[in-house]
Ligand binder design. Structure first.
Ligand code: 13P
Length: 250
């Protein structure tokens, strides 16, 4: 059985005043749920210090594939580890759109993350035009084929998390039907099983896109949904605790 994970992507939100929210999130921990908060890079070290020994892990939102070098503005996987991160979101659709990140770059970032000891939370998902054109499964499995690096089958379940985030559901309040989520998550599981065999059953698959306390239980009841990658509703512990509670009960 995969681990249950409630991951929060804070995107470009939060400053020092948000550290109090982290305390409330730590208090919202629930049995059987791993909580990962991915704040802006400026908060990673402070949050990791503050969360040490709690049920909350801290992650980055991207990293560079190189270990060091002349890459102004970038952060390496080893630097995230040095700051106290244990996870890193890779291939988020906002990185793909804003920074033209390709699947090949995301694969290199994932390899660097694994080498540094970080767990990548690798994001895939179709645009609205792609869903309308009925190519969702081809898009998602194509992203997986190109962006997921080779993993040792015996450790695959512990070293990778995959998040399915339909681009049109992010920040819009629109959510796929449970049948649509089940179809894509099933296809992701099958793709990973082709590559990694039985270990694919242990890779947590998260759904992301307008997850709220009010729809979380319905989403977590879908086959092959092992948690959520949450944007807006992860910023306030009062909202995120409802999602964590729903996952704990699922
Ligand atoms: P929202 O939960 O705000 O829709 O964002 C989802 C997301 O992009 C998480 O990575």
């Amino acid at each position: 059985m995969p681990r249950k994970i409630a991951a929060g992507n804070w995107k470009m939100h939060g400053d020092g005043a948000a550290l109090a929210e982290l305390d409330a999130l730590i208090a919202a921990a629930a049995p059987g749920v791993e909580i990962v908060i991915c704040p802006p890079a400026t908060l990673i070290a402070r949050m990791a210090d503050r969360a040490r020994g709690s049920a909350v892990a801290i992650g980055g939102q991207t990293c560079h594939h190189a270990a060091t070098g002349a890459h102004t503005g970038d952060i390496s996987a080893a630097m995230l580890v040095d700051a106290g991160a244990t996870h890193v979101i890779l291939g988020h659709s906002e990185r793909r759109a804003d920074h033209a990140e390709s699947d090949a770059q995301i694969r290199a970032q994932a390899q660097a993350s694994l080498a540094a000891g970080l767990i990548p939370i690798l994001c895939v998902g179709e645009t609205e035009a792609e869903r309308d054109a009925d190519v969702t499964l081809a898009v998602v499995t194509g992203q997986l084929a190109a962006a997921v690096p080779d993993l040792a089958p015996d450790t695959a379940g512990a070293s990778l998390v995959v998040a399915y985030e339909p681009v049109w559901a992010i920040g819009t309040g629109r959510v796929p039907t449970t049948a649509q989520i089940a179809e894509v998550h099933g296809a992701i599981r099958a793709h990973l099983a082709d590559r990694f065999g039985a270990a694919a059953q242990d890779i947590p698959l998260l759904y992301g896109g307008s997850v709220k306390p009010g729809n979380a239980a319905e989403i977590f009841a879908v086959a092959n949904v092992d948690g959520a990658l949450v944007g807006g509703a992860s910023l306030k512990a009062t909202d995120f605790s409802g999602i964590i509670g729903a996952l704990s009960a699922a």
